[in-house]
Design a protein around this ligand. Structure first.
Ligand SMILES: C[S@@+](CC[C@H](N)C(=O)[O-])C[C@H]1O[C@@H](n2cnc3c(N)ncnc32)[C@H](O)[C@@H]1O
Length: 234
């Protein structure tokens, strides 16, 4: 790596927290949903067209300009595709990654968007802030920040519990769909216990594909009390 590349890399590293918070903002504003739902997959939208379609009305006259800047950054990471016209205006369209990050895709649960919201949640940010003191003085960062372990914290904070369960309930669908297409190991299983199975989504997918299996979801009370029943299971 030459000196100029090393310097540019160091600058990128120092600014790297900007990207996950831009993703969080794009997901919260549903920018990616608007882009992904454009008339055809190849359709590209100007920032002003995207802002006009946001579920929450924007009264900031600079909203389109800000969205343009957010999306330029996301385009540099391949989250969306950016095309620049001769006059300098930019248009945005979906990239292969976009569908995994929309909240309202064809299959609402098949999204990793809620995982990004969990990892960029204010509790996560406050936890990372404790990392240095954890290294120097011991204790887990979350425990040092909030005085309790993660699953105790989830049991005492209904908002955070929902953020966590929504995150678990989205990304695994994407992964399990792919796994169930290739994995044959469930064929000879009669009873399957998912320890730490959260709301039972993984078990639901497995037992609907392999109906001969009796599934038992095992998790902590504040998760099980919110978990929907699994059709066909006792
Ligand atoms: C990282 S999540 C994984 C969820 C799910 N298996 C998945 O892959 O999406 C860990 C799960 O373990 C559960 N858990 C934590 N401590 C537990 C305990 N002592 N007994 C049962 N479940 C527990 C949590 O409530 C949470 O749902």
């Amino acid at each position: 790596m030459d000196e100029e590349a090393a310097c540019a890399r160091a600058l990128q590293i120092c600014c790297s927290s900007i990207f996950p918070f831009t993703i969080k903002t794009a997901i919260e504003l549903r920018l990616l949903d608007v882009i992904a739902e454009a008339e055809s997959p190849a359709a590209a939208l100007y920032p002003a067209q995207i802002v006009a379609q946001l579920p929450a009305a924007a009264d900031n006259p600079e909203a389109a300009d800000m969205v343009d800047r957010l999306l330029r950054l996301l385009a540099s990471y391949g989250v969306v595709t950016c095309t620049t016209e001769a006059a300098g205006s930019r248009k945005y369209s979906a990239a292969p990654v976009t569908k995994y990050l929309v909240k309202n895709g064809d299959d609402g649960a098949s999204s990793m968007a809620n995982l990004a919201l969990l990892h960029q949640d204010r509790v996560a940010v406050a936890t990372w802030d404790q990392m240095k003191d954890s290294v120097l003085h011991g204790g887990l960062p979350l425990q040092n920040a909030f005085g309790m372990l993660m699953f105790e914290q989830l049991g005492s904070d209904a908002r955070l519990n929902k953020v966590f369960n929504d995150a678990m309930g989205g990304y695994f669908v994407v992964l399990m769909k792919q796994l169930l297409q290739v994995y044959q190991g469930f064929d000879d299983v009669n009873v399957l216990v998912d320890v730490g199975g959260n709301a039972g989504g993984t078990l639901r997918m497995i037992t609907s594909e392999r109906p001969h299996i009796r599934g038992i979801n095992f998790d902590v009370p504040h998760v099980i009390s919110q978990a929907p029943p699994i059709p066909g299971q006792a």
